[in-house]
Design a protein around this ligand. Structure first.
Ligand code: NAD
Length: 265
């Protein structure tokens, strides 16, 4: 525990978080900042991202950190290359990357699933993670080591009817995580994933299953978790920071499940 009560001291570190304008990404950017890191928030939602970065920067500066926003669509190779270059130029390097940006896609059985939605979900949720790692790895190598955490899902481990694209993409993220973990294991770069259960974010509360507007559905989804509740973004952020920290120095290729017991049922 550091003198101001935070668990980790990341004061000399630089963290990049994609999908940082909202939900889990925003909470994780804030957690990195509270640990003293300099944080680059990346997203396609510019207004919300700018506002988040301003708020987080104010908190980060209390410990000598900082926060900035950069526009980046993770499904665009050019945007991802520029995002990583901008992070390195702004903060002098890169130590931690949380590849978190994602969309839920449609809820429809495979036989009815729209082709264009399949392509879009795979482009953001799987190819986006590939592109991010491809451009982050040289920056981490230049630093002599670091940590990557990819945001998968419990749907990277188990099936969920009517979410074929999302489930396939998240299974792919775990495969990619294991491959890169092996490739980088002797270089001081650890690559892990988090597998959240249902988390109270706009993806789940406002869109997708839209639980904010349906008490019965909310109770039903909560009941899928033995803890009988949804998780919070802060609970996922805590897992991401642990995986990046020295406390997880012998952990790589791990799909860390943070799900209130969902996959144990
Ligand atoms: P959210 O919708 O609150 O946040 C997602 C963020 O990603 C948004 O700010 C959005 O603008 C951004 N984004 C979308 N497409 C992008 C793109 N092409 N490039 C850059 N940014 C983009 O949702 P969330 O729940 O915080 O989701 C974050 C991640 O967590 C996703 O990968 C999601 O699949 C994963 N996840 C969420 C849950 C859950 O229950 N909420 C569970 C498991 C995994």
């Amino acid at each position: 525990m550091t003198s101001n009560g935070t668990i980790y001291d990341m004061r000399d570190k630089v963290a990049l978080v994609t999908g940082a304008s909202s939900g889990i990404g925003r909470a994780t950017a804030l957690a990195f900042a509270k640990a003293g890191a300099r944080v680059m928030l990346a997203d396609v939602q510019d207004e919300a991202g700018d506002a988040a970065a301003r708020e987080i920067a104010a908190c980060a500066r209390l410990r000598g950190g900082d926060a900035r926003f950069v526009h980046a669509d993770v499904s665009s190779a050019a945007d991802v290359r520029a995002m990583v270059a901008h992070t390195v130029e702004t903060f002098g390097g890169l130590d931690y990357a949380f590849n978190n940006a994602g969309i839920e896609g449609a809820l429809a059985p495979t036989a009815d699933y729209p082709d264009e939605t399949w392509q879009r979900v795979l482009a953001i949720n799987l190819t986006g993670v590939f592109l991010c790692m491809k451009h982050e790895i040289p920056a981490l190598r230049a630093r002599g080591g670091g940590a990557i955490v990819n945001n998968a899902s419990i749907l990277g481990l188990v099936g969920f009817a009517s979410a074929p694209a999302y489930t396939a993409a998240k299974h792919g993220v775990l495969g990619l995580t294991k491959v890169t973990a092996q490739e980088l294991a002797t270089e001081g770069i650890r690559v892990n994933a988090v597998c959240p259960g249902f988390i109270e974010t706009p993806m789940v509360m406002e869109r997708g299953v839209a639980l904010a507007h349906d008490d019965a559905a909310r109770r039903e989804v909560a009941g899928l978790h033995p803890m009988n509740r949804l998780g919070t973004s802060e609970e996922i952020a805590a897992a991401v920071l642990w995986l990046c920290s020295g406390a997880a120095s012998f952990v790589t290729g791990e799909p860390l499940v943070v799900d209130g017991g969902y996959v144990t049922r």
